[in-house]
Design a protein around this ligand. Sequence first.
Ligand SMILES: [Zn+2]
Length: 361
Amino acid sequence: MPVGEEFWNPYRLIPMPKGQPPRKEPQYHHRPRGSSGTLWCRLEAKTALLVSKQEGTVNTFWKSKRTNKPTIPGTSLMGMLRSVVEIVGHGCAITSRSDACQSIGGLCVACRMFGWVGQGQRDALYRGHVNIGDGEMDSTPTPEARWQKADVYLSRPRPTHASFYPGPKSAYRKLYHHQPHCKQDPAPPLRGVRANTSLKPAPAGTIFTFQVRFRDLPDKLLGLLLYALVLEEECQATLTGWDEEIGQKRKFEIRGPLCHKLGQGKPLGLGSCKVEIEKARFSAGLSRYAPEGLAKARKILEGDELDNWIRGKTEPYRGLETKTMQAFRKMTIFDADDPRKFRYPSLNWFSANPNRKLKPL
Ligand SMILES: [Zn+2]
């Protein structure tokens, strides 16, 4: 929320570590170190969720041409995972001209993992180690024909309130608060504000499944990839802020799993989701090429064995207590009983408070 104000702004800024992201020359695929395999993943919408294609003035769920089912494109899933890798592993902000990796000789962890394309440079392409398939809908609590359309006000990209954004893009990342009460309908427009678009999201409880393939992925990056998928099971944090019910400031204890935000309407409460890995198949390092052959080197993990493997690989990240990670957890804890109400300041507020900053996390 802005300093001294009574509402919670829908987003906050995560401080990034100072300085340039650590960079190094990527490992080329013809040197097979690291492991290769497939992860079968399940994504559950914890609030309403919409990854849209526009149909007239209504934003409806994107559909796979092959199956005609609501589908989350792999590129959207990759964007979601890449943003976690950038924060947790200190990668570059790929959308920032000044911060993004400039040369194939020195790539940050996120560009090494997901690939990199040089702007206007010959032969400047690194394919990365990770490929993410489309997430096709598996089940939904409400038949798709009955998904509700809601008229909303969604702000368009516009010159931002400069004092909300301290310093260059590389110094922070913007994350949206979860709004767990938003199971079906996005927040309606404020009084006096006209809706400018319509959204038709999938309701909370809708399940999508997708596959993540990785190739020659160094062990450390595999741990980071697994963390970016499953995050953490149980965290807690204390935030101070305004309670609309009692009309005063108080401490909020929130507790729950860390969840992602994906798709449209994030400031209106949409997009919270939880990813689980249901099965993993992988072959580790050089053993793939060992004389005993593929069958022996390849492993399939499920159930407890899979959970233990994930816990072991993600341990270094779950234990990280940097400022960035503390702020990241505060913003990504999904507490089903979270009572906070979020809204953007009105345009009048922005005009009246040109220099007001966002409260630090
Ligand atoms: Zn990079």
